[in-house]
Write a protein that binds this ligand. Structure first.
Ligand code: SF4
Length: 282
């Protein structure tokens, strides 16, 4: 009966009935979290334009200006799945907290938006977790330090925003010049790999976690992890398991791009240590 493609409704009904019938067989206690959280979602490329520039003068200029003057160190897309092979929500939440503490504005798509909303990161009040430069911009505009742009198929919105940053000027000639980075720290589907490659081919440094489906020390691995950037001027792939390592790598890439653009002098290139972070959270 199951998976009869001519009777889809009956199949799904039977699946649900079987699950309900077997629920009583579960031996371990079931923990359903009781916390409720609010998130502000649905920032499109157009809305970011209006939010930053106003209804009559919609513009990315305030974003570019604040990147050039160093209040915002760069922009990170942290996107994608949550993966049952790692501790629930932990990698996404820690990575994003680490990035915003270091003045990196985060844009987000995909299922992990729920994780970030649960951690209270999708409200303007979360700006108290951001570094001083990013917090100042968020408080001025009234925006969260993490902007939810939609589902994982809305990643094109992130690239539209990147293209708009290039067009606005002052941050290089192509997406590959921008101080931006992408991550799918808990990806678990082939679709995520293809979306990641769309970003790499568009010029974005992109880092994945959990596992990576290539073999180290092969020509193909080198092509993805080195040659794309060094020989062809595109983005490149990278990999890390730990959210703090991942944040370090992304920030190092953002700083490399700031240096290439000649805007590295506008901010001190230091990673915040544990004491700095405690001071912000305290
Ligand atoms: S690929 Fe699937 S699981 Fe991953 S973010 Fe998209 S919809 Fe969610």
């Amino acid at each position: 009966m199951l998976f009869n493609d001519l009777k889809p409704s009956e199949c799904t009904d039977e699946l649900v009935i079987r699950a309900i019938t077997r629920f009583k067989n579960r031996k371990h206690p079931i923990e359903i979290p009781r916390n409720k959280a609010v998130g502000i979602h649905g920032f499109s490329h157009e809305y970011i334009n209006y939010m930053l520039g106003g209804t009559f003068r919609s513009s990315y200029t305030p974003l570019n200006d604040n990147i050039i003057n160093g209040r915002i160190r760069g922009v990170a897309g942290v996107v994608g799945c949550t993966n049952p092979r790692v501790k629930q929500d932990w990698v996404h939440v820690e990575l994003v907290k680490e990035l915003i503490k270091n003045d990196v504005l985060v844009v987000q798509t995909g299922c992990s938006q729920i994780s970030l909303a649960n951690a209270g990161l999708l409200t303007p009040e979360a700006s108290h977790l951001a570094g001083p430069g990013l917090a100042e911009v968020c408080e001025t505009v009234g925006m969260p330090p993490v902007l939810g742009l939609g589902s994982c198929v809305d990643n094109s919105r992130i690239l539209i925003a990147c293209a708009e940053m290039v067009k606005t000027g002052g941050l290089g000639e192509s997406i590959a010049d921008l101080p931006v980075a992408g991550a799918a720290p808990e990806y678990m589907s082939e679709k995520a790999i293809s979306i990641g490659h769309y970003f790499v081919a568009s010029g974005v440094y992109t880092i994945f976690g959990v596992t990576f489906p290539t073999v180290k020390n092969t020509k193909f691995h080198k092509l993805l992890f080195e040659d794309f950037e060094e020989k062809y001027g595109l983005g490149r792939w990278d990999f890390a398991l730990d959210p703090y390592d991942m944040a370090k790598k992304m920030i190092a890439h953002i700083d490399k791009k700031r240096k290439a653009l000649g805007i590295d002098k506008t901010r001190e290139r230091v990673m915040m240590d544990f004491a700095d972070r405690q001071a912000i959270e305290g």
